[in-house]
Design a protein around this ligand. Structure first.
Ligand code: ADP
Ligand code: MG
Length: 375
């Protein structure tokens, strides 16, 4: 139904869409997710020519909508868009909002347009509101009117741009309910949304947009359960990360601890979880500094570039990984220390789910995993 190839769009020097390629078939329900500012709205706006693409082609049923020989208006009528902020005509009643398009653009009679409008208002649960004005309605009701107004134009596909993000939480479900109903009726839809559960339940395909492209796409299960690429995983699991570089053996311990605690507090770790994390980090560092003469170790430490500490916390699963990486001479915990410092090692093993030491690009990488229990 829609074929997009090599679509690009820039605003001045800002290249927002680099190279978008996608086919949308009739009956598909496509969710578009991704960080804000990655061009999701711009993509939808290019699709129905609210923005003029900078390059590439968009075909609807095989016809190029940017070709002046094709009547873009007729092609665009196949597509309607629902906006974040409803965009109703404030000076028109609900019924008039639904009849003006069909009368002016589809040349329907008033009687025909009103009959259809009343049916649609019933569909979205607002039959009693036909004489109300938009400012007399709640946000959720306005958005349902906006959806009914789209439907009044007999579209073949509806584009939704974050239809619930301007709503109070209590009104989100009434709008999602209407969208679910359209899905059940077989309407083709593309929905930009932050409602992950909704996207997962409803869509036939999920597009993750990032870096100006469709960075990863797949079924809801593929994208939400098994994202393959690094940005998708970080987005889906809402990974928060903390890093700290330790450049000498007598580094500023209090500064590190304060930074780590600030990170923990920002993500609402409770007191005992913060203590646990602190203990893991401190015990591990102590093991690094235990062996041998301090001065020699310190020199070794500085000449080798120190230790990098990286902590990643996945908000969805509550999994935490603590990763230390350094040169071999500095970080030799598992193999060397095990016998000589059984107590620390036992403690670390008790605090974590797993401890693993590998070599990567000439560095020793020590990874410890654990899962937050209460937060
Ligand atoms: P998203 O919907 O994914 O949050 P947008 O498509 O709204 O992202 O915006 C992508 C980028 O394009 C942003 O950096 C935004 O500031 C910029 N942008 C969007 N519309 C315009 C415009 N009309 N003029 C200039 N820059 C724009
Ligand atoms: Mg947007």
């Amino acid at each position: 139904m829609i074929n997009v190839s090599h679509l690009s769009k820039s605003f001045g020097d800002l290249l927002v869409l680099k190279d978008i390629n996608i086919d949308i078939q009739r009956g598909e329900i496509i969710s578009i997710i991704g960080p804000s500012g990655t061009g999701k709205s711009t993509f939808l706006r290019c699709l129905n020519l609210l923005e003029k693409p900078s390059g590439g082609t968009i075909l609807i049923d095989g016809k190029d909508i940017m070709d002046p020989r094709n009547n873009a208006n007729i092609l665009r009528q196949k597509m309607e868009m629902v906006f974040q902020n409803f965009n109703l005509f404030e000076h028109l009643s609900v019924l008039e909002n639904l009849t003006i398009g069909p009368m002016k653009l589809l040349k329907k009679s008033r009687a025909e347009a009103e009959e259809k409008a009343r049916g649609l208002l019933k569909l979205v649960g607002l039959a009693a509101k036909e004489d109300a004005y938009p400012d007399e309605l709640s946000g959720g009701q306005q958005q349902r009117v906006a959806i009914a107004r789209c439907l009044s134009m007999d579209p073949e596909i509806i584009l939704f741009d974050e239809p619930t993000s301007a709503l109070d939480p209590t009104m989100v479900s009434e709008v999602l309910g209407v969208i679910r109903r359209l899905a059940a009726d077989g309407m083709t839809m593309a929905i930009v949304t932050h409602e992950m559960k909704f996207a997962r339940d409803l869509s036939t395909r999920v597009l993750y947009m990032d870096e100006g492209i469709i960075y990863e796409e797949g079924t809801p299960e593929e994208i939400f359960e098994h994202p393959q690429k690094v940005n998708t995983r970080a987005f889906i699991h809402r990974i928060r990360s903390f890093s700290y570089h330790i450049d000498q053996a007598d580094f500023d311990f209090y500064d590190m601890r304060a930074s780590l605690e600030a990170f923990c507090n920002k993500h609402f770790f409770n007191h005992s979880e913060i203590n646990k994390l602190n203990m893991i980090v401190e015990e591990t560092l102590q093991l690094c500094f235990k062996e041998g003469d301090f001065e020699i170790r310190n020199q070794l430490f500085q000449s080798s570039g120190g230790i990098d500490l990286a902590i990643e916390y996945a908000e969805t699963t509550k999994d935490i990984s603590i990763v230390f990486s350094a040169d071999q001479e500095v970080l030799t915990i598992l193999n060397q220390v095990e016998e000589s410092d059984g107590i620390s090692m036992t403690l670390l093993r008790g605090l974590t789910k797993s401890i693993d030491e590998t070599e990567k690009e000439g560095k020793v990488v020590l990874t410890m995993l654990f899962t937050l229990s209460g937060i």
